[in-house]
Write a protein that binds this ligand. Structure first.
Ligand code: ZN
Ligand code: ZN
Length: 243
């Protein structure tokens, strides 16, 4: 049982960290820079940890900046206030993401993402069905090897769809439930205790107010779990925070 719990926790946290640190704060917002070595390191890290639900960083970045631009309006790719349920919201998110990926989506003229976010080889391999299925098979083998009984296999769909599961929570709850520190003209909210599972991503209200600020926590009792790691990486020179 312990290997399964550890595997689940590790996959959950490494994947949501990759999303928050690399896709969100770096690729979309450019909150810090890194050398080409570390860029490639974290690109691979994001692919491996997201595994079967790997998101193309550049497409993610454009999708996300569209969300900031149109937060909680009809043009927001994933506002919970324009969809009946979380599944339809995520299906629309997937549709917009696929359109961005295939070049069919016209992003807002203000939304321009630098090409440093691309690594075509990893994008191609990570997005192929063979790779995605191979990751799913690997997760399933792990469960065959270590799960004490078949009830534990109910967790496998979360592994298969780890990225969308995180996205569903953050996008739906982060703009619907919780408290606000700022009036941003949208419905963004903060949810502190839940955020311990989402390493900063549920401080949507703070983040929409200060989209270039690397620390998503603002008040004394809030804690953004990714930020201490960002500070440490900045201190030892792995990344360079923009001033
Ligand atoms: Zn948001
Ligand atoms: Zn953002």
């Amino acid at each position: 049982m312990i290997p399964i719990i550890l595997f689940f926790a590790l996959h959950w946290y490494l994947s949501v960290f990759a999303q928050s640190f690399f896709l969100h704060r770096y690729a979309a917002h450019g909150m810090f820079r890194m050398s080409s070595f570390w860029h490639r390191f974290f690109y691979l890290f994001t692919w491996i940890t997201q595994g079967s639900s790997f998101l193309n960083p550049r497409a993610y970045a454009i999708l996300h900046m569209e969300h900031h631009k149109h937060s909680d309006t009809e043009d927001d790719p994933h506002s919970p206030h324009f969809f009946e349920d979380v599944i339809s919201m995520m299906l629309n998110t997937k549709r917009v993401y696929q359109d961005i990926l295939s070049g069919k989506y016209d992003a807002h003229p203000d939304v321009s993402i630098k090409d440093y976010t691309s690594w075509k080889f990893v994008d191609k391999v990570g997005d192929s069905w063979i790779t995605r299925i191979a990751f799913c098979v690997a997760y399933t083998f792990f469960y065959f090897a270590f799960a004490p009984n078949y009830y534990w296999f109910a967790l496998l769909p979360v592994h298969f769809l780890m990225g969308p599961v995180h996205g569903a929570f953050v996008n739906w709850c982060g703009h619907k439930y919780g408290y606000s520190n700022f009036d941003n003209g949208d419905q963004s909210r903060n949810t502190f205790v839940w955020d311990l599972f989402f390493v900063g991503e549920c401080f949507q209200n703070n983040h929409h107010r200060y989209p270039r600020r690397a620390n998503f926590a603002k008040r004394w009792f809030e804690l953004d779990l990714t930020y201490p790691l960002i500070k440490a990486m900045n201190l030892v020179g792995i990344i360079k925070l923009r001033s």
